[in-house]
Design a protein around this ligand. Structure first.
Ligand SMILES: Nc1ncnc2c1ncn2[C@@H]1O[C@H](COP(=O)(O)OP(=O)(O)OP(=O)(O)O)[C@@H](O)[C@H]1O
Ligand SMILES: [Mg+2]
Length: 338
């Protein structure tokens, strides 16, 4: 039976679920579900559910089942994984896939067990867990099988994970339970304080992506968005510049820098010298923020660089992890000896 069943790498992220089979990305959907409130039944998921945000009657709820990288709503996560596996492997349960699925570094045993259980309940034949920094390191082809120091900074939507990896295992790492969404929130609060205007979080994310940066840019860009006046409640436009976004992001970016700094401090000196030679690989959607490499290089005194496949590398590494299981197994979380 195993001959017919698929082997999938699944990156279960706060904002996106990505699935890789072999070296192909076969699915990428927002981690969002639309639920009928009364029956707790899922009627849509992924992009289809995301498109319903703020546009549904009271009988429906559009929700994110993951929060800061971990499962917040177990049932909805299971429904989503089930729908995803059905789409990829067809309805016949005999072709149940074997999956390697990611979790943030440093989760509790309850949190990792939830990922394992949900994967099996959703229809996997076998579910093997891998931490996101390790999967990302495999996905970007860092030489982690050698006794040399490799450092990554994974900037997700709900988490920031800094890790140093050698001999296929984590030497030092830390997870901050805040990521790109915290940057969006900082923009919301900046606009409220400076202009007395309320903007939505999705608008804030658009501002960040279109004109945002981690450090001042030579070329200032501007964007006009609509907000709601804090006092009158009426709609009002506001124009923002790149410089203002840099200012708004200063504090949450400082938290990210501090997370990387603490991990560097915990790293043995021999490995630090490798990291200084090789640089810090930046992965995750947050790696796409303009100037994030410059900010990290300047603040940490270690060169930091953006990888080629920042958003998909974690799922790619999970899929490849299945093919090198004997090498990495001792460094994976096991559940009940499985
Ligand atoms: N061009 C861009 N500039 C800045 N941020 C961006 C850009 N593109 C995407 N992002 C941000 O990347 C984040 C999503 O990254 P990613 O898909 O890696 O998250 P995730 O894997 O779902 O979350 P996590 O790993 O924390 O659970 C969002 O906060 C998004 O706003
Ligand atoms: Mg992620």
């Amino acid at each position: 039976m195993a001959l017919f069943s698929k082997e999938l790498g699944i990156d279960l992220g706060t904002l996106f679920i990505r699935v890789v089979e072999g070296d192909q990305v076969v699915l990428e959907e927002p981690t969002v579900a639309a639920i009928v409130v009364q029956e707790q039944k899922m009627v849509a998921w992924g992009q289809e559910a995301h498109d319903m945000y703020g546009r549904v009657p009271e009988s429906l709820e559009v929700t994110r089942p993951l929060m800061n990288g971990v499962i917040a709503d177990y049932e909805v996560t299971e429904y989503m994984l089930e729908a995803l596996l059905r789409r990829l492997s067809g309805p016949m349960r005999i072709f149940r896939p074997r999956v390697m699925i990611t979790h943030p570094y440093g989760v509790t045993s309850v949190e990792s067990r939830a990922v394992h259980e949900a994967s099996l309940q959703a229809g996997s034949r076998e579910a093997i867990l891998i931490s996101q920094p390790l999967a990302a390191a495999i996905g970007v082809d860092l030489p982690i099988g050698t006794p040399s120091g490799n450092m990554l900074l994974c900037l997700g939507g709900g988490t920031t994970q800094a890790a140093v990896i050698a001999m296929y295992g984590i030497v030092a790492a830390e997870t901050l339970r805040a990521g790109g969404m915290a940057l969006d929130e900082a923009i919301v609060s900046y606009v409220r304080k400076k202009y007395g205007l309320i903007i939505g979080q999705l608008t804030a994310e658009q501002i960040k992506i279109r004109i945002g940066a981690a450090v001042p840019q030579d070329e200032e860009q501007t964007i006009e968005v609509q907000g709601q006046d804090q006092v009158s409640g009426l709609p009002r436009p506001v124009s923002l510049t790149t410089g203002e976004v840099v200012e708004a992001l200063r504090e949450p970016l400082a938290d990210i820098v501090e997370t990387a700094r603490r991990v560097l401090e915990k790293t043995p000196p021999e490995l630090v010298s490798d990291i200084i030679d090789r640089g810090i690989a930046i992965t995750g959607g947050g790696a796409l923020l303009r100037g994030i490499d410059k900010l990290l290089t300047k603040e940490l005194g270690v060169p930091a660089y953006l990888v080629d496949n920042p958003t998909t590398c974690t799922a790619e590494g999970a899929a490849r992890g299945l093919t090198i299981l004997p090498l990495i197994r001792r460094n994976l979380i096991t559940i009940d000896g499985r």
